[in-house]
Design a protein around this ligand. Structure first.
Ligand code: SPQ
Length: 431
């Protein structure tokens, strides 16, 4: 555990940052590069713990992966020539690694056992295991496949037509990746669209994937062709500085190369609804669109966050809750019960920790209700080993009167290893 005591005093945030690579896209670049035969190159890769654990898993399958700063080269013999791992595949804290690997391995010739850390051991896997079993996958685990460790015996699969019971990119992606090795056309139907990085990147690797009326279609037995992947900056990491720029007095922050995939940019809608001063420039139309975002200290208004926008900002809710403590009026966050099955129960964690800082916030069954603006004070916070809760606490410390201690900040390295350096880079003392 790495405890940190933060006491920023009077600071303003000023300057420009390049936020680290997108975690979802980085994971997928390794997985897809490993499935393809030949050499795939990746630029802008996120060197966070979760993505490094994905790399370690694929090295155990006989894939050669070289990391030079944020450039990664993957040399793979192709999925049909992977080695059976002689060791357990360790997926650490990463739900994405664990769930997508299930889909990748289910249709391979590989026998593998996967396990992760204490948080992963509590996260539900049947949401992925059940549809994969409908495809004839052979997966076993505690509580009939609900929890890790999980054992997978890869085998030929059958395509399915599956209607998603929850909006989850991890479930959709696992089914599509298994669908690559299934006979027939796999269809995944979503009532509310979840992030589509898998569909976009499969196309980059030469796979035909079509999306129509909320249904994704993919026909099996399409080989992936090695390619070059450009990883955009992670909007979920940028979110912490978008909120910091809005709530810390006299601030202006510019964030470059931020991924603005329309299935991930719900935070932009919310910032605009809350009247945050935000400029969007340099928009690119790459496979994953990007933009430069500039935020300034703002007078915020409360809003309602719920419905179809939730999957587009699910990982940003902890930091948006902090923003709401500084907005005028009552902000309601609803339809977000998925927060309960993230790295920790993020409804309970956000409400408990923001209350310790003096916020007016109550948990509901599917979200939280926050009334502001409220001055925050020092407190001893817990991160629950959850990177996004730890970073929410650290950004709160920038406006809190007094000292904020966070029990475990090492977890922040899961998605944003340079987070505290970036705060130091922007913080200008006023005293
Ligand atoms: O990988 P992990 O641990 O599940 O990470 C989180 C996060 O906060 O970084 C969720 F806790 O992001 C998920 C996200 O919530 C990453 C992800 C993806 O890359 O496909 C999809 C989302 O999860 P889900 O359950 O909606 O599919």
């Amino acid at each position: 555990m790495t405890q940190k005591t933060l006491h920023y005093g009077s600071v303003r945030l000023q300057g420009s940052l390049i936020v680290p690579g997108d975690k979802s896209v980085s994971h997928r670049s390794i997985m897809f590069g490993a499935m393809a035969t030949g050499t795939t190159t990746v630029e802008g890769f996120l060197l966070g713990e979760d993505c490094l654990d994905t790399i370690k898993c694929f090295r155990k399958l006989g894939v050669n992966i070289d990391v030079q700063a944020t450039n990664v080269t993957i040399e793979s013999p192709g999925i049909n020539n992977w080695e059976e791992p002689s060791e357990v595949l360790y997926t650490g804290n990463s739900g994405t690694t664990t769930r997508l690997m299930l889909g990748v391995l289910a249709g391979s010739h590989i026998h593998a056992i996967m396990t992760g850390d204490a948080s992963i051991a509590k996260r539900p896997m049947r949401r992925v295991v059940d549809p994969l079993r409908l495809m004839q996958a052979d997966i076993r685990g505690r509580n009939n496949g609900q929890y890790t460790p999980l054992a997978i015996q890869g085998k030929p699969l059958q395509a399915i037509d599956y209607t998603m019971p929850v909006a989850s990119a991890q479930v959709k992606s696992a089914i599509l990746l298994a669908g690559l090795h299934a006979t027939g056309t796999t269809i995944v139907r979503e009532a509310v669209v979840s992030r589509d990085h898998t569909e976009r990147m499969l196309r980059q690797f030469g796979v035909a994937v079509t999306t129509k009326d909320g249904a994704v279609h993919l026909t099996g037995n399409q080989p992936l062709q090695a390619t070059h992947v450009k990883v955009p900056g992670d909007i979920s990491s940028a979110a912490f500085f978008l909120v910091a720029g809005a709530i810390v007095p006299n601030s202006e922050i510019t964030l470059q190369n931020v991924g603005l995939n329309p299935t991930r940019d719900g935070i932009i809608d919310v910032l605009q609804a809350m009247k945050v001063k935000l400029a969007i420039t340099d928009v690119t139309e790459d496979a994953e669109p990007t933009a430069t975002l500039t935020v300034q200290t703002s007078e915020m208004q409360a809003t309602i966050i719920g419905g179809d926008v939730i999957p587009r900002l699910i990982d940003e809710i902890p930091i948006l809750a902090l923003l709401a403590t500084q907005a005028h009026g009552t902000t309601i966050i609803k339809d977000a019960e998925e927060l309960k099955v993230k790295e920790t129960d993020r409804i309970q964690a956000v409400v408990t920790e923001l209350k310790k800082l003096g916020a007016t916030i109550e948990a509901t069954e599917d979200g939280m209700v926050i009334t502001g603006p409220t001055p925050l004070h020092g407190a001893n916070l817990a991160s629950y080993g959850d990177h996004r809760i730890g970073m929410m606490g650290a950004i709160a410390a920038l406006i809190a009167e007094g000292e904020v201690t966070i029990d475990d900040t090492a977890c922040i390295g899961i998605s944003y290893p340079t987070f505290f350096e970036h705060i130091e880079q922007l913080a200008k003392s006023l005293s």
